[in-house]
Write a protein that binds this ligand. Structure first.
Ligand SMILES: Nc1nc2c(c(=O)[nH]1)N[C@H]1C(S)=C(S)[C@@H](COP(=O)(O)OP(=O)(O)OC[C@H]3O[C@@H](n4cnc5c(=O)[nH]c(N)nc54)[C@H](O)[C@@H]3O)O[C@H]1N2
Ligand SMILES: Nc1nc2c(c(=O)[nH]1)N[C@H]1C(S)=C(S)[C@@H](COP(=O)(O)OP(=O)(O)OC[C@H]3O[C@@H](n4cnc5c(=O)[nH]c(N)nc54)[C@H](O)[C@@H]3O)O[C@H]1N2
Ligand code: SF4
Ligand SMILES: [Mo]
Length: 700
């Protein structure tokens, strides 16, 4: 049996797994013992990575849609040549900005970098990622508060914290190995606190659940901050030495007295108790995820959490931090190494010094580099629908299911002259009707690097070898670059393999906060992974493995101080009304289901256990008021004009005026609105006004 250590390419923990293979078959998967993230544990998704391509496996050749709507398979050579020619034709006819791409935090760092290089450096198009649906809020919050998109923590912090506050995060379902580490925390009197409008699986297991009103987090954080100031429960030394704009924040907070508690859905007593818990904790850590990031005032909410950590001195010490958990395996890599919203390794496109450094690192003239950040995802879709963008290349994401108000994407698909979809399956809702479908192999046959939620570079190595005609994402991007003519401009030199692309990215990271020049591609293999920053100096000094940022109180702003950022809360642009009186909350459903379920449908244990039909959780009182019974089928109608069929599951775990629908079913995003955070443009997926329109008594 051959053993290959590799990284799970589902969630942002990026657990390591030992794959045992015999005759090109995975016979056993064991979570890697001693790996700092998961030390011998994993969830069912990782344990069943051997299922990929077992039941559903595409023909490994490109599939091209003909004018009559039928499909033909062609050789890779022809497929890439013809697609490249079509891309160039569209670019010549309509200009470079008529070409766009949508990528994902589920590709490796090297793949993302190369895709960004082909699409942005060479073709000069726009490329955004599904990271926009997920982490864009944290990126902007970090940049404005810390001066760089640099989350502070190491996962070890959750084992060292005596007060763990989870805000809009459901790790029991979404980050199970992280939840395991919370349970492994044996500090006497440790408190786990969940702030969530519904009784999530995590809220059920937490010591305390604060059931706030949906989207009232910003007000809650301001009332809490004001109360901490009134009580004098601050770390004044920390505020003075390491932060700026606190006086302004203090003045601003005067408008948020405890008497406004009722606006948050919590009582004054509950908010006082929470303030007391923060004050009493020696090492308080705040962890937030999509309940915060996916909102219409999400960036300011994330920053209000950061403000709490700063004013109480809960930063840079073991067991503390304002910590945003990422979602996908390489979300951190996509944030810093995709050439989409900033230069490789960070830095704005108009920063001449950084342009020189990055150009030199890549061995190209800096004038090649894009001049501006990409158009955000929502604008790309709008411009397709306005007829300005004509070609779209979608890699490793399934927008017709995951994009908000998803009929806008469906419309976009019909307007495009060229839709290229690169996926491991030919039958996803997005790939099934693509003009060009490019089949690729799953992660078990790929190599590269994933950067996890705690900034850890984690090695992906192939457990299986490629079969006839099979290609990796990296090969497809590279060979498309060749077909487009990038070699003639010497733009592919140094990009020949993932290992070489890694070296290019390391060079680009030099002297940036994410500097990983002390890491080599070869040394990552069979390792414990490495958290950035990691320079030759770190290597020389045997720096410990699990490291947090800001231990010295030095941030990445010009003054080295962290910023208090704040702004008055606004109303939800799509508020509840008589016509749409219920609030639809959405998110993860079970540990075994992954997003649009293309991959986890192959896990038999999961398929046996999950609901087949889209469903909503409804409070018993509401069900009784509407005369709806458990398992009845209803239409949920949204303010966006759409109506979809759902099964009702009567549950006491949602509030009376709220419904909860897992996002794993395509119906859900037909109902969500085109509403975004003003700064990050992240969709507001979790608070759609809806009504129950019509009840059919045909329960299944
Ligand atoms: N099994 C599984 N695991 C996954 C994924 C998956 O699809 N399946 N996806 C991965 C990805 S990409 C991501 S981004 C993460 C997401 O991980 P999480 O963010 O933990 O998951 P969600 O279910 O989207 O949302 C978390 C919670 O936010 C709550 N919430 C909704 N509105 C509000 C609000 O206004 N305030 C507060 N405080 N809370 C609110 C919801 O009720 C929900 O319980 O999960 C990752 N892990
Ligand atoms: N209503 C609602 N909508 C949401 C959310 C929510 O909470 N509520 N959450 C949002 C969030 S946080 C996220 S991250 C998005 C996720 O949304 P998506 O990214 O659209 O979801 P996935 O199902 O992960 O899609 C990944 C696609 O890549 C393919 N794939 C898997 N591995 C590979 C590979 O190695 N190479 C290639 N080329 N393809 C591969 C899969 O088959 C699948 O089609 O959904 C967002 N949408
Ligand atoms: S917890 Fe996340 S990284 Fe770990 S095995 Fe499960 S899905 Fe994979
Ligand atoms: Mo995500």
């Amino acid at each position: 049996m051959k053993k290959t250590q590799s990284t799970c390419n589902y969630c942002a923990l990026a657990c390591n797994l030992d794959f045992y293979t015999e005759n090109e078959e995975i016979v056993k998967i064991i979570p890697t013992p001693g790996y700092p993230v998961n030390d011998g544990f994993s969830c069912i998704k990782g344990l069943r990575l051997n299922r990929q391509h077992q039941e559903f496996k595409p023909d490994p050749r490109p599939r091209i849609k003909q004018e009559d709507g039928s499909f033909t398979y062609v050789t890779w050579e022809d497929g890439l040549k013809d697609t490249a020619a079509k891309l160039k034709e569209i670019r010549a006819k309509y200009g470079p900005e008529s070409i766009a791409g949508i990528s994902t935090g589920q590709l490796t760092m090297e793949e993302m970098a190369l895709f960004g290089h082909v699409m942005r450096t060479y073709l000069k198009g726009n490329v955004d990622g599904n990271t926009r649906l997920c982490m864009a809020t944290s990126v902007v919050a970090h940049k404005q508060a810390f001066g760089f998109d640099a989350p502070p923590y190491t996962l070890k912090d959750v084992e060292l914290s005596d007060t763990i506050i989870l805000i809009g995060a459901n790790p029991v379902v979404a980050h199970p190995v992280f939840w395991g580490r919370i349970r492994a925390n044996k500090i006497a009197g440790k408190k786990v606190i969940a702030i969530d409008p519904r009784m999530s699986e995590t809220a059920k297991k937490a010591d305390i659940h604060y059931k706030l009103k949906a989207k009232a987090d910003l007000k809650l954080m301001y009332i809490l901050a004001n109360l901490l100031i009134e009580k004098g429960w601050l770390d004044e030394k920390y505020i003075e030495a390491h932060t700026q704009k606190f006086a302004e924040y203090q003045a601003f907070l005067k408008d948020y007295p405890l008497s406004r508690a009722n606006e948050t859905g919590l009582t004054e007593g509950e908010i006082e108790e929470l303030a007391q818990l923060i004050h009493a904790g020696k090492n308080v850590s705040f962890w937030w995820t999509m309940g915060v990031n996916q909102g219409y005032e999400a960036v300011r909410t994330a920053q209000a959490i950061i403000n709490l950590a700063l004013m109480t001195g809960n930063m840079g010490r073991p067991g503390t931090g304002a910590n945003s958990l990422t979602g996908q395996c390489n979300a951190m890599g996509s944030r810093l190494f995709s050439n989409t919203t900033g230069l490789y390794g960070g830095g704005e496109y108009d920063n001449q010094t950084r342009r020189e450094v990055v150009g030199t690192a890549l061995g190209i003239d800096p004038s090649w580099l894009p001049e501006k950040p990409t158009l955000p995802y929502n604008v790309i879709i709008e411009k397709i629908n306005a007829g300005e963008i004509k070609a779209l290349w979608v890699a490793a994401t399934n927008p017709i299911h995951s994009w908000t108000n998803s009929d806008t994407f469906k419309e976009a698909m019909s307007k495009l002259e060229l839709l290229i979809v690169q996926d491991i399956y030919d039958d996803t809702k997005t790939s099934a009707s693509a003009d060009v479908y490019l089949p690729v192999v799953p992660g078990t046959k790929k190599e590269g690097t994933l950067i996890n939620t705690e900034r850890r570079l984690s090695p992906m190595r192939p457990a299986l070898t490629l079969g006839e005609n099979e290609k990796t994402d990296y090969q497809v991007f590279y060979q498309m670059g060749q077909a487009l003519g990038m070699e003639a401009e010497n733009l592919l030199h140094g990009w020949e393999t993932p290992a070489k692309a890694f070296n290019l990215m390391a060079k680009c990271s030099a002297n940036m906060p994410c500097d990983f020049t002390g890491v080599t591609y070869a040394e990552l293999e069979n390792s414990k992974g490495v958290q950035w920053p990691y320079t030759p100096a770190h290597k020389k000094s045997n720096t410990p493995d699990e490291r947090r940022l800001y231990e010295d109180g030095q941030y990445y702003t010009p003054t080295k101080k962290a910023n208090f950022v704040f702004e008055a809360p606004v109303e939800n642009p799509v508020a509840l009304c008589d016509e749409f009186p219920l609030l639809l909350n959405t998110g993860r459903g079970t540990v075994g289901q992954w997003h649009t379920q293309t991959r986890t449908r192959e896990i038999l244990e999961v398929q046996d256990a999950v609901e087949r039909m889209a469903y909503v959780l409804m409070h018993p009182q509401k069900a009784s008021d509407l005369n709806v019974k458990n398992k009845d089928i209803v239409y949920v109608s949204s303010m966006n004009g759409h109506s979809e069929k759902f099964e009702v599951i009567v549950s006491q775990f949602v509030n009376e005026n709220e419904l909860y629908a897992p996002m794993h079913y395509i119906e859900v995003n037909r109902l969500t609105p085109s509403v975004y955070d003003a700064y990050s443009k992240e969709p507001s997926y979790k608070s759609t006004p809806v009504r129950i329109d019509k009840v059919e008594k045909e329960s299944v």
